[in-house]
Design a protein around this ligand. Structure first.
Ligand code: PLP
Length: 400
């Protein structure tokens, strides 16, 4: 006997990876230049120069045994301190290194945090649209996901639905701002309203409700948009961060969990994070990258490339008549399927023109497609005639 639950997970495929693999196969058939693959969120700007230079220097200058040794499970103190200093500058209050637990990216940050917080029967609220893997992490921790729909095209949550969920009992809410897949940033006003609701529900229940702030895109913002600092608005927040997008290092697996001292039972929560990391077998983040982090925690991504892509794509698709959520951050455009089409119908229609988009159903909302614009500018420019054909096809068909 093996675990039926894990078997089902292993056999069910991630829609995003499925489409991305289809894109790679299609590129072999018809040439990469003829496929417009907007499926996956792989950064298209290189890692900052200082990151690569530091890695080279570490490899050349450090004793190899030391460089590749195990580190303490939560990470080397110098790397945790560098991440904490950077986080403190953002917070505007002091965050000690002891509040930071280094991980293998946001995925493990989330899996560990949920495992640390969840008790049997707990419910975790997800604000749709949400990163599809949240459901996997929530269910694996033994909790049940409660989906809160967006209020409207602004992609802020339906506050009444959140209130109902909080009053009927939740352990935590996962927030992701800037958001994958919509690029929306949760406004300070939304977060304050959420904080009031969660505080009132916590008091009524006599138990803390946490926000889990999943923030891999917080440095990727446009037109001077500000990402409110969630623990500054709601102290009972655990931050899950990743360098996958901000330092363009998705394959290297580096991120952290930060439990701020202001969070309820912060020391116990941090200890539970250590316990969850241990129980899940996440011993330490890659050591070479921890050494790099100690020197590069404040490096910033070059967002100019994404900003240009965003302007081209949002402007181009809006001109063609597509209704899009204007993204304030991240590198995704959320496009409404036109003319009453379902997300799947729209994405299938797009495939006819070699446009690879991700249908929104797995993000917890119907009727949209996600276009990942972390691609070259050339791909966006050359894809516009294909989008024009898609607009024509969609306009002519009530149902395809
Ligand atoms: N959370 C969100 C919202 C994401 O978009 C992603 C990856 O795309 C992750 C978490 C996982 O990131 P990581 O590569 O750091 O595991």
């Amino acid at each position: 006997m093996i675990s039926e639950k894990m078997l089902a997970l292993g056999e069910s495929r991630s829609v995003i990876r499925d489409i991305s693999e289809f894109g790679a196969a299609r590129a072999q058939e018809i040439g990469a230049e003829n496929v417009f693959d907007f499926s996956i969120g792989n950064p298209s700007v290189p890692a900052p120069e200082k990151v690569n230079k530091t890695l080279s220097r570490l490899l050349e200058s450090m004793d190899s045994i030391t460089l590749h040794s195990y580190t303490p499970a939560p990470g080397m103190m110098a790397a945790r301190a560098a991440a904490a200093r950077s986080e403190s500058r953002r917070a505007g209050f002091d965050i000690p290194a002891q509040s930071v637990y280094l991980t293998c990216g946001a995925s493990s940050s989330l899996a560990i945090t949920l495992r640390a917080l969840v008790c049997p029967g707990d419910k975790i609220a997800l604000l749709a649209p949400y990163f599809p893997e949240y459901k996997v992490f929530v269910e694996n921790a033994g909790a049940e996901a409660v989906v809160i729909p967006p209020a409207d095209l602004s992609m802020q949550p339906d506050i009444e639905k959140l209130k109902e969920a909080a009053e009927s009992g939740i352990k935590a809410v996962i927030v992701n701002s800037p958001n994958n897949p919509s690029g929306a940033i949760l406004s300070a006003e939304t977060l304050k309203t959420m904080a009031d609701i969660l505080t009132a529900a916590s008091e009524k229940k006599g138990e803390s409700i946490y926000i889990i702030a999943d923030e891999p895109y917080r440095e990727l913002v446009y037109d001077g948009a500000q990402v409110p600092y969630v623990p500054g608005i709601y102290p009972n927040t655990v931050v899950c961060y990743s360098y996958s997008k901000s330092l363009s290092l998705p394959g290297e697996r580096l991120g952290y969990i930060m439990v701020p001292p202001c969070a309820a039972d912060s020391e116990k929560v941090f200890a539970a994070v250590c316990g969850a990391g241990r129980s899940l077998g996440y011993l330490c983040a890659p050591s070479l990258f921890q050494y790099m982090l100690a020197e590069c925690a404040d490096e910033m991504p070059d967002t100019a490339v994404y900003a240009k892509n965003r302007a081209l794509l949002y402007g181009g698709l809006s001109e063609l008549g597509f209704e899009c959520v204007k993204p304030d951050g991240a590198f995704y455009l959320f496009v409404k399927a036109p003319n009453g089409m379902s997300a799947a119908e729209f994405c299938e229609a797009a495939k006819r023109f070699e446009l690879l988009l991700v249908p929104s159903d797995s993000f917890g909302v119907e009727g949209y497609a996600r276009v990942a614009y972390c691609v070259s500018e050339d791909v966006i420019r050359r894809s516009m005639p294909a989008f024009a054909k898609l607009a024509l096809l969609a306009a002519g068909a009530a149902r395809i």
